[in-house]
Design a protein around this ligand. Structure first.
Ligand SMILES: Nc1nc2c(ncn2[C@@H]2O[C@H](COP(=O)(O)OP(=O)(O)OP(=O)(O)O)[C@@H](O)[C@H]2O)c(=O)[nH]1
Ligand SMILES: [Mg+2]
Length: 593
């Protein structure tokens, strides 16, 4: 069996899995890792610091090494450290401040917490604004679907396993790369409309079936009647709209409506990824994907109400409704791309203004530290929407490192993209959960991609809708060759949600590199102080450590206030350099991946 670890461009990120030995309870792994391989793991360096900024602290350490934060060091032998002690809520840093491009530098404590909302009102059909299309390269890797590491991000022969060498702004190498043209390829409007219509029809059928059930019998969408109705509606709608791929994809999905609890990325997620996603992948490989026309999701501002529903909570009850549409601030200056040394690195941007309440002792967790180049100040000079699609085959050519944002519906993914780019309306934001329904590509500074994805866990999208989202997002995670890092967003204003933990586990099991971005740090309401928010963050980390030996990098943000923007940009910049040096892009260009 091939070593999965060696295939990961950033193997360090998944050391936590080797070390933890993953618990059986998180057995949604598409393909469990061969434990033997990990015996030979190398460079785990015990170091200080934590959080994204700590990369700087460890910059001089062995290249490619994983540096584990001081506390909770793992027992020799790769055992998961003992349960993290009871922590005190980390000191908050409220957030305020403008999204400045300053990169985080100084070791910033870990995230603290705010939270955001979760599931909500009914989903909306998406509309499209389109643009023209062109043919993009097929980004999918043969046979990659859902096969975990083995299928994911293979390292090109000759490419060094160890991450980059030191530190140097990436610009030169990256700037030599061909500049992406405004997009071209994507699912056609007809396909996307069909997709939306079919999903809505299926949801409606499902809702009817649910209502028909006697109260008290927790109506499950996987009810055979509902499933059959949903399948029929989906297939018919897709066929009527002439979307062969989508029609088949949905058919495939509805053929196996074996729902598992949670509707999250757990067991069902895994299977959808290897099943439905695989099917989609196969179809696409056969050239069945529809014509490519760039297409943008409609800006229908739902304004739905905010009752939070069905947000499965791991701990405690969710308190109240949702946020009120605040958004990231603007920054957007200019031309061009830049990565310049950040003189005042360490401040994490101009965003740390906020409240200090809750600041105090901070619980330390064992966190993986990536040996990335030192923080740099990054400016987003250009940020453009490229296209939307629902299959990996229709994604833009994988020319640049790609960073994808995922999280529960309404957690603030689109807002975070706007915050990162300093553009107010680049990604579509809505109070209404379920706003984003496609894989949306944005090209930043003409040399890296940001990707907005549909959220998970939105009850009102219905089982059918959830399955479809999960199928293509997971297929995307498992097969997109240039995916450098996933940002898993977690609402810091609410208690840890099981679905988020499951998603983190799914990403880990599938060897998808990810970092955790806590959102809505600014959010306040009765009972939600900075200290409470921090306790949410701490509780989430602690919960994650039940399954993992080490935490992935994490950061606290507020799109509304610009908190964490500099750190995030700096983190991404470091990853871009590392990614470029890994040789993967070149391998992709040469068709090796
Ligand atoms: N207070 C506060 N609200 C936020 C923040 N980020 C996002 N929101 C609000 O949360 C709601 C959802 O934001 P979106 O960015 O659309 O969330 P999303 O995760 O993209 O949602 P879906 O596309 O539906 O999955 C909107 O009302 C935003 O204004 C934040 O940092 N602070
Ligand atoms: Mg969104």
């Amino acid at each position: 069996m091939q070593s999965s670890l060696s295939n990961c461009w950033l193997p360090a990120l998944h050391q936590e899995r080797l070390l933890s030995g993953r618990r059986a309870s998180c057995s949604n792994a598409a393909n469990p890792l061969p434990t033997t391989r990990f015996a030979s793991r190398q460079s785990i360096v015990q170091g200080g610091g934590h959080g994204l900024d700590s990369a700087r602290v460890t910059a001089g350490a062995a290249r490619g090494a994983v540096v584990v934060a001081a506390a909770g060091r793992p027992a020799p032998g790769g055992k998961r450290p003992g349960p993290p002690g009871k922590g005190s809520p980390g000191g908050p840093k409220g957030a305020k401040g403008k999204p400045s491009g300053s990169s985080g530098s100084s070791a910033k404590p870990k995230p603290k917490a705010p939270g955001g909302g979760a599931a909500k009102p009914p989903q909306r059909a998406q509309s499209s604004s389109s643009s023209s299309s062109s043919a993009g390269g097929d980004s999918r890797r043969p046979g990659a679907a859902a096969s975990g590491l083995n299928s994911r991000m293979p390292r090109p022969a000759g490419a060094s396993a160890a991450p980059p060498e030191a530190v140097q702004p990436p610009s030169s190498a990256l700037s030599r790369m061909p500049v992406a043209k405004p997009m071209t390829r994507g699912s056609s409007p007809a396909e996307l409309s069909a997709f939306a219509a079919a999903r809505d029809a299926a949801d409606a059928a499902e809702a009817r079936a649910r209502k028909a059930k006697p109260a008290g019998t927790a109506a499950e969408p996987d009810d055979s009647t509902a499933a059959a109705a949903a399948a029929a509606a989906a297939t018919a709608a897709a066929a009527a709209a002439g979307g062969p791929l989508l029609g088949r994809l949905m058919t495939a999905n509805t053929l196996a409506p074996t729902r598992e609890a949670g509707g999250a990325p757990s067991g069902s997620g895994s299977s959808s990824s290897s099943g439905g996603g695989g099917s989609a992948s196969a179809l696409a490989q056969q050239g069945l994907a529809g014509p490519g026309v760039a297409f943008r999701e409609a800006q229908d501002d739902g304004g739905g109400d905010d009752d939070e529903e069905e947000a499965e909570e791991l701990i405690g009850e969710r308190e109240e409704g949702e946020e009120e549409g605040e958004e990231g601030e603007e920054e957007g200056d200019g031309d061009g791309f830049l990565l310049v040394e950040d003189e005042d690195a360490g401040e994490g941007g101009a965003d740390d203004g906020g409240d200090d309440e809750g600041e105090g002792e901070e619980e330390l967790f064992p966190e993986i530290q990536l040996n990335l180049p030192p923080p740099t100040k990054v400016k987003v000079k250009a940020a453009e929407y490229m296209q939307s699609c629902v299959t990996v085959a229709d994604c833009p050519p994988p020319r640049y490192p790609e960073f994808a944002v995922i999280g529960r519906s309404n957690v603030g993914k689109s807002s975070l993209i706007n915050m990162i780019t300093g553009r107010k309306d680049l990604a579509l934001v809505s109070k209404e959960p379920g706003k984003t329904k496609c894989i949306n590509h944005f090209i930043i500074n003409e040399n890296w991609y940001l990707v907005d994805l549909p959220g998970y866990g939105f009850a009102k999208v219905g089982f059918q809708g959830r399955q479809q989202f999960e199928t293509f997002t997971k297929e995307y995670f498992n097969t997109r060759p240039n995916l450098a890092m996933v940002l898993l967003l977690v609402d810091a204003s609410i208690k840890p949600q099981r679905i988020d933990l499951e998603y983190a586990n799914w990403l880990t099991d599938n060897e998808v590199p990810f970092a955790i971005v806590f959102t809505k740090a600014d959010k306040r309401r009765k009972g939600l102080t900075a200290a409470v928010r921090d306790s949410h963050v701490t509780a989430f980390k602690r919960a994650l450590l039940r399954d993992l030996a080490y935490l992935p990098p994490s950061l606290l943000t507020s799109a509304a206030r610009g908190l964490g923007r500099g750190e995030l940009l700096s983190f991404i910049a470091g990853l871009r350099v590392a990614y470029e040096r890994s040789g993967r892009l070149e391998a992709i260009r040469q068709g090796m991946i």
